[in-house]
Design a protein around this ligand. Sequence first.
Ligand code: CU
Length: 456
Amino acid sequence: MPFTRRQILAGLAGLGVVGLGAGGARYWLGRPLVAAEYDYQLIAAPLDLELVPGHITPAWAYGGQAPGTELRARQGEWLRVRFINRLDVPTTIHWHGIRLPLEMDGVPYVSQAPVLPGEYFDYQFKTLDAGSFWYHPHVASGEQLGRGLVGALIVEEREPSGFKHERTLNLKSWHIDSQGAFTDFSVPREAARGGTPGRLSTVNGEHAPTLDLPAGQVVRLRVLNLDNTWTYRLNLPDADARIYALDGNPVAPRPLGEAYWLGPGMRIELGLKVPAAGTQLSLRNGPLRLATLRAVGADTTPAEWPPALPANPIAEPDLASAETLRFNFEWAGAVSTGLAQGAAHSFWQINGEAWDINDKTCADRPIARLQLGKSYIFELRNLSQYQHPIHLHGMTFKVLRSNRKTIIPYFTDTYLLGKNERAQVALVADNPGVWMFHCHVIDHMETGLMASIEVA
Ligand SMILES: [Cu+2]
């Protein structure tokens, strides 16, 4: 495969910042040399990208790539990542959708101290669930995710899944201008509305790429929304595609249908029957093309649909005994310009309270206290005209019903709460700790839409 200029730039930038002795871009990727201590050495460092031809974008990257190195683990086994911070700002890694102990959750001042420039932190946890997950900082998220610190974490099933082919598609838009320079990651008037959108859409770091898929085969497409803001109205016109998993959790396979709304942080796994060689499909966001999927190679015997993926071991909530808790997500007030020193904007609130992203003590005041082992129903009410992908750390919940659409109950870590929607989700509070509960539109999360929930 010929190198593009972008890849060469990435490789050179990688060499410039590694400086750990092994040398060469290969050192960045895959399993490390010292398997006794960790499975991956993951470095966050500046990286020049060529997102706009002929122009440099000063990105930040995991493992010399933005989106970052795809990490892979096997269900039921340990994943050990030595994370090294070679940025000049503090950061952490949060493992989105992974059920793990609080100390590994990557929330500053709740799980751990921020990882300072030049420091490292060993993340180690057992992967309970198979599926498509992702990782990102939980510090200065607007800028850090915006500059490229996002990456896929794939947990493979214990046994082969029945899919012989798979592709990961990392969706991310970039807040850059026509010269490749970063623009504001958060603009107050946008934060108070749908969030500040990036202008250049990319799939795996490239704008509108053409991706080759094996003709006649069934391919597992793992589509991850790693964006700060965009909800993608994903569609694949004329494709024979079935949904196999949502947000890391298997569902009974069903046709993709006209479109699936994939909010920030959400993932969808599709089985795609790739058509005959020479055929092209268009993966789109509404009417906009995100990527061209091109069928290549010789047709072989027609592939069969693989069976449903095995369920993850998530506790079934006991609805009969469950206590119901209500959470209202609403707009907090007018866009003001006069802010006290160090204070964050508060455009949004949960049950009348706005989380101050700069106040380290917020997590000391959990919005709810759950009893370990008990079942709960959360009634989520969106009292605004904007969508909120509501995400909970540490535990997976089951979506039960909505007043706006038909729900086939399923497990997830992020539910896209539509305009004025009311939905019920349920969970077993089976993981002790103080867990973040927030909107995954980063602009909303950083201007009030976050809370903590204590399980003890
Ligand atoms: Cu939101």
